[in-house]
Design a protein around this ligand. Structure first.
Ligand code: AP5
Ligand code: ZN
Length: 214
């Protein structure tokens, strides 16, 4: 099962990815998590990516495409994968298709911009795993601590409101055209395209995604 999650920053891709990967036993490939791991490790890629990410802009297509190709070639992707945050430009989608990386399902999660801005202030993440929480809508069992490791949760540097608004503008300009792109792909192939109202509760969205995938 090869799935792609498409949606604005804060739409709930990472939240639903956690659930889908556990349910279907496929690895989550989050380009955002991969970049944040590189930033934390201080690799040359991380140093290059940090400034761009903190400013809410997109890292170069070439760099991202290289990362994903390498990741998809690993053994744990034999039975499928869940793409979270990639592709997010038309050139990335084209490069993916040209590299023979195929999809079975595209899942769009749609949330109005103003709901997203309100949500992002309450997001907390576990830097080690990428697990995502929200102080009100999806709280951890113990405040400020990851449910699995007990380690401290953090606020992402790009969740400041002006940066969130910038990321939303870039989403509308560079990523939203993928809605039309994959609607066309679905009309001409076995790929399915389903759109979900991501302003419902986390559980309602998960339930509807499972129904669509089964
Ligand atoms: P990335 O990490 O991919 O960020 P993003 O796409 O901006 O998305 P987010 O992770 O912010 O949101 P999400 O949809 O995962 O929402 P979440 O589940 O956390 O990318 C970061 C940066 O890396 C980019 O800006 C760019 O610089 C770079 N990058 C990454 N990929 C790239 C690429 N392919 N090309 C170029 N550059 C790239 O949920 C958000 C909050 O809402 C959480 O607190 C959550 O608990 C809560 N929540 C979730 N669902 C619900 C719900 N239904 N109701 C209420 N609250 C909810
Ligand atoms: Zn995410």
């Amino acid at each position: 099962m090869r799935i792609m999650l498409l949606g604005a920053p804060g739409a709930g891709k990472g939240t639903q990815a956690q659930f889908i990967m556990e349910k279907y036993g496929i690895p989550q490939i989050s380009t955002g998590d991969m970049l944040r791991a590189a930033v934390k490790a201080g690799t040359p890629l991380g140093l290059e990516a940090k400034k761009v990410m903190d400013a809410g802009q997109l890292v170069s297509d070439d760099l991202i495409i290289g990362l994903v190709k390498e990741r998809v070639a690993q053994d744990d992707c034999d039975k499928g994968f869940l793409l979270d945050g990639f592709p997010r430009t038309i050139p990335q989608a084209d490069a993916m298709a040209e590299s023979g990386i195929a999809l079975d399902h595209v899942i769009e999660i749609d949330v109005p911009d103003e709901d997203i801005v309100a949500r992002m202030g309450g997001r907390r993440v576990h830097p080690g795993s990428g697990r995502v929480y929200h102080v009100v809508f999806n709280p951890s069992k113990v405040e400020g601590q990851d449910d699995v490791t007990g380690e401290a949760l953090a606020i992402r540097p790009d969740d400041e409101e002006t940066t969130v608004r910038k990321r939303l503008a870039i989403y509308h300009e560079q990523t939203k055209p993928l809605v039309e792109y994959y609607t066309q792909v679905a009309a001409n192939s076995h790929v399915t395209y389903d759109k979900f109202d991501g302003s419902q509760s986390v559980a309602q969205v998960s339930e509807q995604i499972v129904t669509a995938l089964s």
